[in-house]
Design a protein around this ligand. Structure first.
Ligand SMILES: Nc1ncnc2c1ncn2[C@@H]1O[C@H](COP(=O)(O)OP(=O)(O)O)[C@@H](O)[C@H]1O
Ligand SMILES: [Mg+2]
Length: 313
């Protein structure tokens, strides 16, 4: 349903330098699936999400949605298509206007997508039931609600128009651990009951491994490995993926799947301002060889559906 081809976004800095935030990302998302995008802070995950929805414009590359290229569409043609792709952001406290009551904020979205007021009201009531919140909240101001409640409402707002793709950008990061698991379950229920596909962005390998069907591991704007979540524990090949897993806090359920050979990640998070020749992970890689800094390796299919960008494999 979604195909991204060689998407690039460079940000200009003062002094003529550029950050290569997203540097040639290609991927596909199938109907109903949850694709995880994981990597350390600053590796380009949010930029990629925004590029896919064209909240920012790419420098190069294409996005196809349902077979149609949307990168070349004008804003006015794109607008009605927006309802099919939605995004939930990291900070629920900044996603609602503090001066607009929750009910009015949700109704605004219904009206934007052409629903009548009774239609909108019915849709909102049903959604609130689905997300497990009382309709009393509709009269409240955003500032009166908890982060967990607001994030549920942000999700509700994103799916009001029944999108076929939801991009969730670190939707749990600002919430208490106790609320995180509930929200993850809610997201999965909503996805399953609406046959929606999801791109789930996170810096947390443990969550991604648990929640997603496939996982794209990003490092400095490029995909290093694309693998099914089920295979991560046994067959992850890229030294960066293995280091990320070894560094991730382990939940008890995953204890039997920790491999002994992986080295936890070491070294500083890379400085994206410095242009690295060859593999961007080479400076921190425990298995780096002299040839790793020659050129960026291709993303190569190691086995069906399993892609790795590393000269060693
Ligand atoms: N609007 C912007 N202007 C300049 N640099 C940006 C902008 N947005 C993101 N960046 C930079 O691009 C890189 C990727 O950022 P981002 O996509 O937010 O990463 P992530 O979501 O993985 O933490 C970072 O180095 C960030 O500082
Ligand atoms: Mg981000």
């Amino acid at each position: 349903m979604l195909e991204v081809r060689d998407l690039k976004k460079y940000f200009a800095l003062s002094g003529g330098r550029r950050i290569r935030a997203v540097d040639g990302v290609s991927l596909r998302v199938q109907e109903n699936e949850i694709l995880g995008i994981v990597g350390e802070s600053g590796c380009g995950k949010s930029t990629l999400g925004r590029l896919i929805l064209r909240l920012i414009e790419p420098d190069a590359g294409q996005v196809y949605f349902g077979g149609e290229e949307i990168t070349c569409l004008s804003r006015s043609v794109l607008r009605p298509k927006r309802r099919t792709m939605q995004m939930v952001f990291q900070n629920p406290f900044s996603s609602f206007n503090p001066k607009i009551r929750i009910g009015a904020a949700l109704m605004e979205v219904c009206r934007y997508y052409g629903m009548s007021i009774p239609e909108g009201r019915e849709r909102i009531e049903r959604l609130l039931r689905d997300i497990g919140l009382s309709s009393d909240l509709l009269n409240r101001w955003p500032g009166e609600l908890s982060g967990g409640q607001l994030q549920r409402l942000a999700i509700a707002r994103a799916i009001i128009a029944e999108p076929s793709l939801l991009i969730a950008d670190e939707p749990l990061s600002a919430l208490d651990v106790s609320v995180q698991a509930q929200l993850l379950n809610l997201l999965d229920d909503l996805r399953a009951s609406r046959s929606m596909a999801m791109i789930f962005i996170s810096h947390d390998m443990t969550v991604v491994e648990y929640f997603c069907g496939r996982v794209a591991v990003m490092y400095l704007g490029v995909i290093m490995e694309l693998i099914t979540a089920a295979e991560l524990s046994r067959n992850a090949l890229h030294p960066y993926t293995r280091s990320l897993r070894a560094s991730a806090p382990r939940l008890d359920v995953f204890k039997d799947s920790v491999e002994e050979s992986a080295t936890p990640i070491h070294g500083e998070t890379p400085n994206p301002h410095v242009l690295i020749k060859g593999c961007p992970f080479a400076p921190r890689c425990p298995q780096a060889q002299p040839f790793c800094t020659d050129a960026l390796p291709e993303l190569r299919e190691a086995s069906p559906g399993h892609w790795v960008r590393c000269s060693l494999f």
